[in-house]
Design a protein around this ligand. Structure first.
Ligand code: GLU
Length: 311
């Protein structure tokens, strides 16, 4: 059975980009008669107070995007808050033990290391702590608690994104050893997302193209943990009218201001029009889009929001 998911990080009020993500995930799964899982990605406790998650749940209900498992659904193992699932991530970390090493680099050191920058702005880890001796590790551990990194191979990881097409990355060259746990003990997104998508039986991951370059790292984790990866559908990003990336700081695009201005149906109709599968742009509930939606109609280039979306 198809299982899709919403996996929002509640670090603010949801914005149009998050809504488009949930709408596409919902349509893609429901069109196949599949289920939808809501998982709140709140590992960063300082940035994700519970009130944001509660508001997010209310906003999704207001939008009429329903789910079968997750907070308050009564589904199999609800509630799905990542902050309550850390024992699972710890367990996965243990299974990766031989490939994991402590990294003592400070942010400044990481920045200073002469690693090339990737297209997406992230740096490639230079491998500074990869081959420290036991004595060097002990000496550094006395001063600073380490983050944990996964050793990656000099090998290409490729996959067929179901919307964006083929994508490949050599993990050592293009990414470097990546974090599984931060120095403050917080588990990294890459590890948690793989453990959870597999544990929840997710068969399709729908998310913004900003996460396309995370996928090879996740595929490597699937392989190491002996898990079956889902299919991936990455969709283009929504940009502000001036071409900037939309963020939770864009008040106009956040639901707190939008809910006062438009109905859920109007909002969904316009978003679906922008995303290419609802030419009329007429107000509609999510179910009303099930016949019209198809991935072929969704563009592959970033979508710029018009100046006055709901005028
Ligand atoms: N929690 C992530 C976000 O809100 C999404 C992760 C994913 O879909 O894999 O950006």
């Amino acid at each position: 059975m198809t299982a899709g998911r919403f996996a929002p990080s509640p670090s603010g009020r949801i914005h149009l980009g998050n809504i488009l993500c949930c709408l596409l995930a919902w349509l893609s799964a429901r069109q196949k008669g599949g289920k939808v899982i809501l998982r709140i990605e709140d590992l960063d406790a300082a940035r994700c107070p519970i009130r944001y998650a509660e508001q997010m749940i209310k906003d999704l209900r207001w939008l009429g995007l329903d789910w079968d498992e997750g907070p308050e659904s009564g589904g199999p193992d609800e509630p799905y808050f990542q902050s309550r699932r850390t024992a699972l991530y710890q367990d996965a970390l243990k299974r990766l033990e031989g490939l994991v090493y402590p990294c003592f680099c400070t942010r400044a050191e990481l920045h200073a290391a002469s690693a090339p920058h990737r297209e997406d702005g992230q740096t490639v880890y230079a491998g500074t702590c990869r081959n420290l001796t036991a004595a060097q590790r002990a000496e550094r551990a006395a001063k600073r608690s380490p983050a944990l990194r996964l050793r990656v191979p000099d090998r290409e990881f490729s996959f067929q994104d179901r919307h964006m097409g083929p994508y490949a990355e050599n993990l050592e060259r293009d990414c470097g050893d990546f974090l599984l746990r931060r120095s403050d003990g917080m588990f990294a997104y890459q590890l948690a997302v793989v453990v959870d998508d597999a544990a929840m039986g997710v068969t399709e991951v729908v998310r913004g193209a900003d996460l396309l370059s995370s996928t090879p790292r996740q595929l490597y984790l699937y392989q190491l943990l002996g898990l079956t990866p889902p299919e991936f559908f990455h969709f283009p990003l929504l940009l502000a009218p001036d071409g900037r990336r939309l963020s939770k700081r864009d008040a106009d695009a956040g639901l707190d201001s939008l809910r006062g201005q438009v109905s859920a149906e109007k909002l969904l109709g316009q978003l679906a029009q922008l995303a290419g599968f609802h030419p009329s742009g007429a107000p509609t509930p999510a179910e009303g889009l099930l016949d019209e939606f198809s991935w072929e109609k969704v563009p592959r280039e970033d979508i710029r929001l018009p100046e006055r979306l709901f005028a």
